[in-house]
Design a protein around this ligand. Sequence first.
Ligand SMILES: Nc1ncnc2c1ncn2[C@@H]1O[C@H](COP(=O)(O)OP(=O)(O)O)[C@@H](O)[C@H]1O
Ligand SMILES: [Mg+2]
Length: 234
Amino acid sequence: MKKIEIKNISKMFTVHTRGGLQVHGYEDISFDVNQGEFVSLYGPSGMGKSSVLKAIYRTYTTTSGDILFYKNENESLNIATANESDILELRKNHLGYVSQFLQVLPRISAVDIVAQPLIEKGESQEVSKEKAKHMLDYFNIKEELFDISPLTFSGGEQQRVNIAKGIIAPKSVLLLDEPTASLDKINTQKVIDKLIDIKKEGISMIGIFHDLECMKKISDKIYDMKGKKYADNY
Ligand SMILES: Nc1ncnc2c1ncn2[C@@H]1O[C@H](COP(=O)(O)OP(=O)(O)O)[C@@H](O)[C@H]1O
Ligand SMILES: [Mg+2]
């Protein structure tokens, strides 16, 4: 079943601090994602990969084109034109986004941050915290850090907390912008293994990887942002 269909989307950013200067974000991008499929966006820096993910999450609107999100076979929402309340509902129940950087409030512990998505899903505090500890442990976060705010963690530790939070309670579609960018080989492999598990559960994902080996391991399709087609020999 088709989950997301991107049809000819383009974005012109208007830079207001530069007298309305126009900058191309991305141009004429089309691809689709089926249920349980991992699609990677591939292309040089500045091609608009992150901006496409932000368009799907509707951090920004697109200048033209459609982004269809299929709730089921017969019902789709056009993210490109949907109203704010439909977007909030989509984010709450169906669409997750993992950026490269952890963004959290001060004074909240690593465990509480990772447990939060489970609690929001209706899981009890106790079970959520237990699962969060397992997840942190899986990503090699030292136990002595569990009750501390991750704002003082190293970059790699922060990124592992970020990915743990992002995948502990995955919604039906997950957007991943370089989730392994500052991780070592072992932790990168751990992230890939978890993403493969999530894929088996039928979650659809769109991801960006700086590491081509990673990208090849996880992807069912790779969309070449420059050639504007799926890459067939990579
Ligand atoms: N908020 C913004 N305002 C203006 N220009 C932007 C904004 N976000 C991205 N861009 C521009 O859009 C282009 C694509 O950026 P980006 O999506 O980050 O590329 P990639 O992720 O492929 O490296 C770049 O030229 C960038 O400068
Ligand atoms: Mg980017």
